[in-house]
Every structure is written in C-alpha cells, then in structure tokens.
Ligand binder design. Structure first.
Ligand SMILES: Cc1cc2nc3c(=O)[nH]c(=O)nc-3n(C[C@H](O)[C@H](O)[C@H](O)COP(=O)(O)O)c2cc1C
Length: 386
C-alpha cells in the first residue's frame, strides 16, 4: 500500500523561524512585510503579486517532487483554505487540497454544497482535515462558545448531516441536537461526486470517539514514538469496539540535510538566537488535550539547555515550537536517518504524512527530492484516491 505524503501549506505566510531570523522571505502574508523577495513587496506597496502566488509556487514545486497534495491549515492568523484551494486548483493538475475547517463554523448543508462544487471544479481533489478547535480565546475569536466535548458532539452530528445530504437519493430529513434539515439534498449537477477522504485531528477521548465514527485517517501531531504508539493503540481499541479498523496519519516538521552535522547546525543556529519565536495570538491558551500532550512531552526548553537535550530518541526532536510557532516534535538528521525514522513510523501503522518545514519551498525540495526516494520499498506514492 503506497503511503501518501502531503506538504503543509504556509497559510499564515512563510512564518519567521529563529533559524532564519532577519532573512528575506518569499512568502509573507503580512501586508507590511519587510525584507520580502516577492515582487509585491519590492517597492514597499502592493502591486498585485499576492501570498496566493507564493502558495501556487509551493503547490507546483511539491506536486512535482513526490507529494500528493497539501494540508491547508486554518487559524485566525491565516488565509482561508476553501478560497485558496479553489484558486490553487487551476495552478495544479493532480494535487489534492486537504482543507482544514471547524465544522462548527459552517452549516453542514452549505459545507456539502461548497465541497461538491469544489469536487466538480477540481476533479475530485478535496480532502478534509476535520478540526474541532482548541478552545479558549481563539474559539471566541471565531464566535464559538461551545465547550470542548460538545464541540466533538457537534462535529459528529455535522458529519452525519453532511453525509446525509451528500448521499441522499430522496429528500433528506434530520432532526438533531445542533441541526435540523427538511427535504435536503444536493442539486443533480453536484451529486454523485466522490466524498472527500476525512483526516480527523484531536487527542482527547471525545476526539477519539468522533474520529472512530467518521475518520478515514486519525491524524496526530508527532510525539515520541512510544507515546504515539500508545495513542494509536487507544484509537485501535476504541475502533475495535465499534467494528472499525482505523488508519493513521502524522503531521510533523522535517529538517533534513546531506549530513547530520549540517542538519543540527541549522537547528543550533536558531537555538542560539535570543528570544522566543514570534508566536501568533491565542497559542496555548485553550483546552486542547493534544497541544498540552506535545508541550508536556517536549518539556520547556531554554537557550541554556542545549538543543540536543530535546532529542528524545535518535532524530526525534521536541524543540520546533521554540524556533517557530507550531507543534513541538519533528525529525532532524541526514536524508537517510530521516527516511529511516519515517519508515519506523510506517511500521507503527502510519499510512499518510503531512510534512512541513520553513521556508516551505526550499525545505519541500530537500524532503521531496532527497528523503522520500529513500523510503523502504518506495513507499511514497500517489496511492488511493480522494
Ligand atoms: C495535525 C493537526 C492539525 C491541526 N490543524 C488545526 C488547524 O488548522 N486549525 C485549528 O484551529 N486547529 C487545528 N488543530 C487542532 C485540532 O483542531 C484540535 O482542536 C485540537 O487538537 C484539540 O483537540 P483535543 O483536545 O481533542 O486534542 C490541529 C490538530 C492536529 C493534530
């Protein structure tokens, strides 16, 4: 079974990493970005070149270097994944768009129609990353005050309704806790499209229950391998109880170079820079169980510890959150070492990856052209459909 490799799209712009503090960037999303290399910032004012042009460049580069598509994350500080996917579809041919969205912010009937329309426009290249929100001030930024476990109950009902509308061959009715639909269904020109593959994120018990019902892939941030294996076992156990067999996916950053020394030197350079990475508002202020797990497993880390103190097992480094906003764990090493660690993850049952790195264009080439071809059995491939 070929393994699907997705790249992470920089929906927030090519965010600064302490590794490259002060370096010029191509992918700024901020209007007043300084030091940009993109045409739109040369004269200091907008000239029509946009962040989307940069995303298109990354999409084309990764489409031709081993990736089946990209995850398009969605946070208060990012561009909108639905609109971006529609815009980027025309720039690519077979590239899939894993749109992250919180079900609570859309009505399921509207989501069904938008998705079907995008499936028609892209030739069936839409994939979902169903996220149920990290709570706290970020949730209120979106205007959502539903509490943690109820968000998953709502997510589950949302997906029931979305599928009900999608597959309806007669007027669809639903009366539930969050939604009521009467006589629903898609118009004939939008019906019959492939339903998007569902990646489902969340580490709490409530997330696992909802994922058990709906996920094609249970998607986790990388954790130290024993902890990740234990989490997968929890998901397997839950799924066994409801007669389903889960599939697994992992999201992680990768820093891979020709030699191990070069890779760690990149990390060390960032680590030596004073001050924390620029962190978007709201990070770490919510009720996310998965986020807390990652931070606890990584430890605090500070400049005096030495960056290698956060290497929890060979090449598995828990310090990425110190260098740039985002989850803690990723892989650092030479191309062969990183490929070997990915093979280990495949051995744990992982069938799809969302890899990332900053800057997104350059790091994608390192991973796509140098690491993926080394995977045992040529695992990387355009397997399955979406
Ligand atoms: C791989 C991955 C990607 C995620 N992407 C997003 C995202 O784009 N936007 C967002 O608001 N939350 C994102 N999340 C957070 C999840 O939506 C989820 O709400 C969070 O992990 C809290 O769930 P938990 O308490 O069940 O762990 C992501 C989580 C994971 C594991």
């Amino acid at each position: 079974m070929p393994v699907d490799f997705y790249w992470r799209m920089a929906m927030e712009g090519d965010q600064p990493s302490l590794r490259r503090k002060g370096a010029a960037s191509r992918g700024g999303f901020a209007k007043d970005a300084t030091g940009g290399l993109a045409p739109g910032t040369r004269e200091g004012g907008p000239d029509g070149y946009s962040h989307l042009d940069y995303l298109a460049e990354v999409a084309r580069a990764t489409e031709t270097s081993g990736f089946v598509g990209a995850l398009l994350p969605s946070f208060p500080h990012t561009d909108d994944p639905w609109a971006a996917a529609a815009a980027l579809a025309g720039e690519t041919s077979v590239y899939r768009f894993m749109v992250a969205f919180q079900p609570g912010f859309l009505h399921p009937v509207q989501a069904a129609r938008m998705t079907a329309s995008l499936q028609v426009a892209t030739g069936g290249r839409v994939v979902y990353n169903i996220i149920s929100g990290g709570g706290g001030p970020q949730q209120l930024w979106w205007g959502d005050k539903v509490d943690h476990d109820d968000r998953y109950t709502r997510t589950s009902e949302f997906l029931d309704v979305l599928k009900g509308v999608w597959y309806a061959d007669r007027p669809y009715d639903h009366e539930g806790r969050f939604y009521r639909v009467e006589g629903g269904g898609l118009p004939p020109s939008l019906s019959g499209q492939p339903f998007p593959e569902i990646f489902f994120s969340g580490s709490s018990k409530a997330a696992i229950v909802a994922a058990g019902r709906h996920a094609d892939h249970y998607l986790s941030w990388l954790e130290p391998l024993p902890s990740l294996a234990a989490k997968f076992d929890q998901v397997r156990e839950h799924c066994a109880g409801i007669g389903r067999v889960p599939r697994f996916a992992v999201r992680l950053d990768v820093l891979a170079r020709e030699t191990e020394q070069e890779a760690w030197e990149e990390i060390r350079r960032g680590w030596a820079r004073p001050g924390p990475a620029a962190t978007p508002a709201f990070v770490g202020l919510g009720d996310s169980v998965g986020w807390r797990r990652g931070q606890d497993l990584a430890g605090e880390g500070n400049e005096d510890d030495g960056h290698r103190a956060l290497e929890v097992s060979p090449n598995v480094w828990g310090g990425f959150h110190v260098l740039r906003a985002g989850p803690a764990f990723g892989l650092v090493g030479d191309y062969r070492q990183v490929a070997a660690r990915l093979d280990e993850l495949i051995g744990l049952g992982v069938e799809a990856f969302v890899l990332g790195g900053v800057p997104h264009l350059e790091e994608a080439y390192h991973v796509g052209e140098r690491v993926l071809p080394l995977l045992r059995g040529g695992a990387a491939g355009r397997g399955g459909g979406s």
